[in-house]
Design a protein around this ligand. Structure first.
Ligand code: SF4
Length: 104
């Protein structure tokens, strides 16, 4: 998760913001999330969707996010929010409607 010590609304990356809203609204059960492990193959699979809904609205994308940079180096990982959202999408724990609603 990326974090900034600035304005409150810009402190967390968009991925973390979306996950937090899903948990607060009890749209996802945070106790069930821990059973999943990182699946790097899912990052590429869901990258386009998450880029549209999440990363394009992230305050860290332009300067701080190596994963979404134009020339990512090596095996750079996305933020924790992106990793979690890719798992939630893969296992149908969130829908396209959720993405539209929570990623505004
Ligand atoms: S992967 Fe990068 S741009 Fe996308 S939400 Fe995470 S920090 Fe932001």
């Amino acid at each position: 998760m990326f974090y900034k010590e600035q304005k409150k609304e810009d402190m967390f990356c968009k991925g973390a913001q979306v996950v937090e809203m899903l948990v607060v609204d009890e749209r996802i059960d945070s106790t069930k999330i821990s059973r999943y492990n990182k699946e790097p193959g899912l990052w590429k699979k869901h990258k386009k969707d998450l880029e549209i809904y999440v990363c394009s609205r992230c305050p860290f994308r332009e300067k701080d996010c190596d994963f979404q940079s134009e020339n990512p180096c090596g095996n750079v990982e996305p933020c924790g929010g992106f990793i979690l959202l890719s798992l939630l999408k893969e296992y149908n724990m969130i829908t396209a409607s959720d993405m539209e609603l929570y990623c505004e």
